[in-house]
Write a protein that binds this ligand. Sequence first.
Ligand code: SF4
Length: 378
Amino acid sequence: MSLLDDRLAKLRGPVPAKGHDARTLGALTTNPGCNRRALLDAAGIDKDAIAVHLGKPRPLAKSSIAMRSGATFEQQVKADGCAELLRLLRDILDLPLPEAAHTDLAVVGTQDASHQIRYAHTRNAVLEAARSTSPARTLLDHPILQLTVAGTPVYLEPDVVAFQIDGVFHIIEIKSFAILDDQASPVKVAAAVTQGAAYILALRELLEKEGINGDKVSHDVILVTPRNFTRQPTAKIVDARKKIAALTRQLDRLTRIEPLLNELPAHTTFDLALDKDDRPTRDPKELTTALQSTSTRYIPACRYFCDLAYVCRSEARDDGLIDVLGSDICDDLGGVDHIGTALSLADGTREPAPDQTDLALALQHAHAVRNQLLQESA
Ligand code: SF4
């Protein structure tokens, strides 16, 4: 074990490190300025267990109905050897006939214990396709890829990898959120594309380890979703280059975690001190102090991707940080970090700094309008 691994293990305590998946990797790019998350993720700490112990768990990110609906849609798209998916790919990638071959890697097992075996099969199938000179097209269903995160291999499960005739691999993400009139929720699309970016990086890593150019993996993600209010699938090509770049930066940051570790007070640990029945015994106040020794930057979007969201939101509220009000208000109040500062500029009890004069005037105007409305409605 390296010195760095040893320090991270002390932060985590005597429990196995919690692994990453494409969702948690994607989350790294949503709030890249958060040192708390960077440290806890690098150490493989169970953030949900910490939030539960502190009495501020995050509600289930996805309802069981939404999960069932997602699974049903994926089954529909992949039925009969991915027949529907092939039809969509033919349209969107201009694939001529004949059919592409469909290889279902689930037949070698879909349980966690079989990740290694499925990865070995995926690797063989990808390398065989990459080195082949024949024009064969291959759809790899239920593949497993591997990505190195902070020096440790992490298994990832894309929905499908498609191998096209001109030698370019494509990652396909199947999502059950609807595209209505060609518009989809930007938050959901961004999350899906970020997941796709993690798969693209993993597939590139696989090829590059074998001396094959990573450019053989397309920087686009093919997003398959239901069209309008029907269950009729539709496919869209989404450019994932920005997400790939952002994720690469964050992964690089995880491997350079030492400066953040050096800032922690000596003997800091997030160990929950589990008893023999796996119940945490750590004093919550002590744990909170340990957490507060890491710097953080809560944003409302944290609620969608980080298990510590309710812990950090409560801290940010207690500190009166503008961040809790959302990015639009942060942008409007640029340079003002605290709600109290904004309020005192608004009611004129605080002298604005030279660069805050315009902002103070706008706040005072808003304050006057609010007071007038309150008087009229009284
Ligand atoms: S919830 Fe907290 S730890 Fe998680 S990303 Fe947001 S600020 Fe960082």
